[in-house]
Write a protein that binds this ligand. Structure first.
Ligand SMILES: [Zn+2]
Ligand SMILES: [Zn+2]
Ligand SMILES: [Zn+2]
Ligand SMILES: [Zn+2]
Length: 292
């Protein structure tokens, strides 16, 4: 492969090993990176070919020299085509090795066989298999596996999509949250209503009791005033002379309420209606249409 080797060191160029990458000089000739490093002097390379042109190397760094990409591509293509062509028999160089030795205790490391190998060489009399048949079997298995793996990957894609959806979907959370909020706001509303009903009733009853007591009290006051007036009057009579008393013409007839025992007893209104019965903590929240 003389076209793919460095003409200075005679080593093959390489696409993989950077130190053996072909670097282009100003004159257009290529040398491998290793040789470029060896030939550089004061940041200048003198072409080893007949042209003897000089190439300045930026900062003395050979990696600043352009790679010979055309050559590298040609190497790549050559490698690809040589790996696709059938191998040659190592013992019988002009024959294509289309078989593999399948002899159980074959001493040879190289299992490639050509038709001539059956009769001459290390594989004489050895059983063999056709490589294309063996490769075909492997290809069948690989194809089958590939099919299944693709199906698996598709299924995973679908499942992953479900997960992404499940994780990004906050709708359920939002619905649940508003349901809870609505439920408790209903309870609070019912509690407030209940409290208002009870306090309203207490206020009303208390007012009624007060009004009732006020009325009775003012009646009693009137009677009391009347009674005090009579006491004062009667006290005066007890202090005057007999003659004056007889002259006063006091009515000693029929009984009146203020000088006979009072049978009626006045009592303040009953406070029973102020007894508040507090509800137990049990709320039945009627189901209503869902919160939007
Ligand atoms: Zn070289
Ligand atoms: Zn040159
Ligand atoms: Zn052979
Ligand atoms: Zn063999």
């Amino acid at each position: 492969m003389a076209i793919f080797e460095c003409e200075v060191c005679n080593e093959d160029y390489s696409n993989l090993d950077e130190s053996r990458a072909p670097r282009v000089l100003k004159c257009g000739h290529s040398i491998c990176q290793n040789c470029a490093v060896k030939l550089i002097s004061n940041s200048v390379i003198l072409c080893p070919k007949k042209c003897s042109e000089t190439t300045e190397v930026q900062n003395g760094n050979v990696e600043s020299l352009q790679k010979n990409f055309g050559l590298m591509q040609a190497m790549e293509m050559m490698e690809a085509s040589s790996s696709n062509s059938p191998p040659k028999c190592k013992e019988h160089r002009y024959n294509i090795a289309e078989f593999l030795c399948s002899e159980h205790d074959c001493p040879s490391i190289d299992k490639l066989m050509c038709r001539t190998c059956e009769e001459f060489g290390v594989h004489t009399g050895h059983t063999k298999v056709l490589m294309s048949v063996e490769a075909g079997k492997i290809r069948d298995v690989l194809e089958c596996r590939l099919k299944q793996m693709k199906l698996n990957a598709e299924s995973f894609t679908v499942q992953l999509e479900e997960f992404r959806e499940a994780m990004s979907n906050r709708q359920l959370f939002i619905e649940k949250l508003s349901e809870i909020k609505y439920h408790f706001s209903r309870i609070r509303q019912l509690v407030d209503e209940r409290e208002k009903r009870i306090t309203d009733k207490l206020t009303f009853n208390t007012t009624e009791i007060y009004k009732c007591n006020k009325e009775t009290e003012s009646n009693m006051k009137r009677l009391q005033d009347c009674l005090l007036e009579k006491i004062e009057q009667t006290t005066k009579f007890s202090k005057i002379s007999d003659y004056q008393l007889l002259q006063a013409d006091i009515d000693l007839g029929g009984l009146t309420w203020y000088h006979s025992p009072i049978t009626q007893k006045f009592s303040p209104a009953d406070t029973k209606t102020m007894d508040v019965k507090l509800p137990a903590f049990k709320f039945v929240v009627k189901k209503q249409q869902k919160f939007e």
